[in-house]
Design a protein around this ligand. Structure first.
Ligand SMILES: [Zn+2]
Length: 286
């Protein structure tokens, strides 16, 4: 009798277990069906599927300097805003062609001005991995030529101070610029003391990317590299990721202006910047 009761209890539990097994089996069949569909997906999509997201894992913001009512520095035949846009669009094309897994965000794709604060804001909102601002240089001495790449920091020479003042002067035409930029006056040397007190959070990575850009300008584009430098550029100030500002050459130098306006020159400079971004990603985001 005792044995029979135990037997009955056992049978009921056994029934429950069997039901559980059936549900697990149905679950496994459903899972294997999902996996077989997943295996057929291209690699990048399947990786995102597993992560439960659609966005790409590495994002670069390309910022064409100036635009609209802000021409930047003037060459004899061309304005800085035109050259920076052409190089930026070429860089976008090369990046998308060679590394489709990289998300590319442009701060502007036409002759429009975007406030310097907004350019950093676009990058921060997208949680970009890199911010690359493209510019052209100028100097009273028409012989001076070559490339320079900057990370945020404190300038060391008057030449760097002048470049920084020129690049930052765009904000003077922005509405309420004093409120927007915490009473920053681009023409006052005292304003730049602010940058002595604040160090950019990603300085080492920014300098690393800057060195890679200058290396490829030298090796690939065969330009005269004037090196990696630091200065207080407002467009880099509020960025929350490694950020650089590239001076791709001097529009005040006749032969460099010719190079900067040529399709070959723009392609060669954009390819060099692309190689630096590619090397940086391979090194830091495997
Ligand atoms: Zn500029």
């Amino acid at each position: 009798m005792k044995t029979n009761i135990l037997k009955k209890k056992y049978t009921f539990r056994d029934f429950n277990n069997n039901m559980k097994r059936i549900f697990i089996l149905i679950g496994l069949i459903a899972l294997s069906f999902c996996q077989s569909s997943y295996i057929n997906l291209p690699y990048s999509e399947s990786k995102d599927f597993m992560k439960g997201k659609n966005s790409k894992s590495f994002c670069v913001v390309i910022d064409a300097g100036h635009g609209g009512k802000h021409p930047g520095t003037l060459g004899k035949t061309v304005k800085e805003k035109e050259v920076t846009l052409q190089i930026a669009l070429e860089l976008e094309k090369i990046l998308k062609k060679n590394n489709p897994e990289i998300e590319v965000v442009m701060t502007r794709k036409s002759d429009a001005y975007v406030d310097l604060n907004d350019r950093a804001e676009i990058s921060n909102k997208r949680k970009a991995n890199l911010f690359v601002s493209i510019h052209c240089n100028a100097n009273e001495n028409k012989d001076i030529h070559g490339t320079e790449t900057y990370a945020m920091g404190v300038h060391k020479t008057d030449g760097q101070l002048n470049i920084m003042k020129r690049e930052n002067s765009d904000i003077l035409k922005e509405e309420n610029y004093k409120e927007k930029y915490e009473n920053f006056d681009p023409n006052s040397e005292e304003s730049y003391i602010l940058f002595k007190l604040q160090q950019h959070g990603h300085l080492n990575q920014s300098l690393d990317l800057a060195r890679k850009v200058e290396k490829h300008f030298d090796q690939h584009a065969k330009r005269t590299s004037r090196g990696v430098k630091q200065a207080g550029f407002l467009v880099l100030w509020k960025t929350a990721m490694p950020a650089i500002l590239i001076e791709t050459g001097f529009l005040s130098n006749a032969s460099e202006e010719k190079y900067l306006t040529s399709i070959e020159g723009q392609n060669s400079l954009a390819t060099s910047i692309y190689k630096a971004i590619r090397d940086y990603k391979n090194q830091h985001h495997k």
